[in-house]
Design a protein around this ligand. Structure first.
Ligand code: MV4
Length: 479
């Protein structure tokens, strides 16, 4: 493998290329017209424009990306996260063109992309699952009988959904039919697949996920858990490893369950198995993400591995040279996602120019960054600027360093989630470790954070810009 194309942008493109360079592998960036001057383009050995700014005309154009790969004699494509990373057709297209897709085989992507197919596939492996149905509901009356057996509240989920899309809570029997009708038609509209199923609603869960890595020779390991319960509207904001609540015994159990999920679909490469953990520390399999995730750095830090390096090695057909029993958790790592979003204003994207952009540096601080001072933030893509990651021997140390690093991160020109991060890390409930997925909803309100004061003129200019973007249909302001 002499040359890798990274089919992505921003921090993750740079992060992947960093490891490729360290391994002596040449890198190719692709970019849209909006990203012509972006850091990921300058960082690569070669770079090719693949189309206009909108993702569906550039970063989602698998055909164009394959053309570039072939003309530049690329050996492998790394998809990063988002975009084409969980697109089974794209993985197949790579193989059909004799280009290695750095990720699992398309079959595993397909199976795990359907929640029902995933449940069916892992069934033979004794993975704990939330009580519910494991087939698409066709008969609503029959489903209601099952719902009554399980007990309300129940949750309706769309098979093609994921990340919280297409979910509906049903509080009682009376609203069952109407909610079911709505869920099915919503799923049809949103995913082109009206298959839904029901599960018992776990009221106050933690979201714990296990990082796995598998080679082509049947060797699968796990790299411990990440705690991802601090999220708002299914958007993760803070992640950490290890979780403050797992015992070594529970970690071992969940790790083995995750390995079995990977085995059930003949998984290859880096993957993440998501679980819910209830108040009694029962865990339940939710879904598997068949990509390298945004929050992978916290696992890298505590396990002492480079996940991208392992991805590349297993994609080359090498044996994983790490044994499970050799892995040990070392210290504690935290990640804050730094978004250009305004925490004072319902986290609306804060577009503008990065007039000042100075990232913190120092021992035990890692910033996976995709931006530089003076850049405009494109409105076409996810507004994540960077990930701020800190490490400490203990959780306390990592938190203290995180607060220092946040204070040392200087951004002017746009609003960001840095102040929101400070709120989380200073919060006594977060610090106690005793929180669940309702943390943000329960404790956060804009008045609890301080941000720099803005001049009236700046605010007026921003409102005018938002209105303009809304008119241009590049931004939708929720009501
Ligand atoms: C659940 C649940 C409670 N009970 N399933 C949301 C994302 C998707 N991966 C599954 N999700 C949930 N499934 C049952 N049976 C609660 C959630 C959930 C959630 C899960 C993880 C992280 C944040 C969440 C926020 C709200 C709901």
């Amino acid at each position: 493998m002499k040359k890798i194309l990274v089919a992505n942008r921003g921090e993750i493109a740079i992060r992947v290329m960093r490891t490729a360079k360290n391994m002596g592998i040449k890198t190719v960036a692709v970019f849209s017209e909006a990203d012509r001057n972006s850091p990921h383009v300058k960082y690569a050995d070669q770079a090719v424009c693949i189309g206009p700014a909108p993702s569906n005309e550039s970063y989602l154009r698998g055909d164009k990306i394959i053309d570039v790969a072939k003309s530049l004699k690329v050996d492998a494509i790394h998809p990063g996260y988002g975009f084409l990373s969980e697109n089974a057709d794209f993985a197949e297209l790579c193989e059909a063109n004799s280009i290695t897709f750095i990720g699992p085989r398309s079959k595993a992507i397909k199976v795990m992309g359907s929640k029902l197919a995933a449940k069916e596939t892992v069934k033979a492996y004794n993975i704990p699952m939330v009580p519910g149905t494991d087939e698409a509901i066709t008969d609503i009356a029959e489903a209601k009988t099952i719902a009554k057996e399980i007990g309300f509240p129940i949750l309706i989920k769309a098979s093609a959904g994921g990340g919280g899309k297409g979910m509906r809570i049903v509080e009682n029997e009376a609203e069952f039919e109407s909610q079911m009708d709505r869920a099915i038609s919503e799923a049809k509209n949103a995913f082109g697949d009206g298959s839904v199923f029901i599960e018992k609603y776990v009221a106050s869960p933690r979201h714990i996920e296990i990082q796995v890595m598998a080679d082509m020779h049947g060797h699968v390991i796990h790299l411990f858990e990440r705690e991802c319960s601090v999220q708002r509207r299914h958007q993760k904001v803070v992640e950490e490893a290890p979780s403050a609540v797992l015992t070594p015994e529970l970690r071992e159990k969940m790790g083995q369950a995750a390995i079995n999920v990977a085995r059930s679909c003949d998984y290859i490469g880096a993957g993440t198995v998501e679980f819910l953990l209830d108040e009694n520390k029962n865990f339940y399999f939710l879904e598997m993400n068949t990509r390298l995730q945004v929050e992978h750095p916290v696992s890298e830090w505590i396990a002492g591995v480079d996940l991208v390096e392992l991805q590349i090695k297993v994609a080359r057909g090498e044996h994983l040279d790490i044994k499970q029993e050799d892995l040990k958790i070392n210290g504690h790592a935290l990640e804050l996602r730094v978004y250009a979003e305004d925490p004072m204003n319902d986290f609306l994207p804060s577009v503008g120019n990065l007039e000042i952009y100075k990232i913190p540096k120092g021992e035990n601080i890692r910033v996976d960054n995709g931006f530089e001072e003076g850049m405009d933030i494109p409105i076409y893509y996810d507004p994540m600027l960077s990930k701020l990651i800190t490490y400490g021997k203990t959780r306390e140390e990592a938190i203290e360093l995180m607060i220092e690093a946040i204070n040392d991160y200087h951004i002017q020109g746009v609003e960001t989630t840095l102040s929101f991060g400070r709120f989380v890390f200073e919060h006594e409930t977060f610090r106690s470790g005793d929180f669940d997925t309702h943390f943000v909803k329960k404790y956060y309100s804009p008045s609890l954070i301080e941000t720099q004061k803005q001049s009236e003129a700046e605010i007026a200019a921003k409102i005018a810009l938002m209105r303009f973007l809304e008119d241009q249909k590049v931004l939708r302001i929720p009501n």
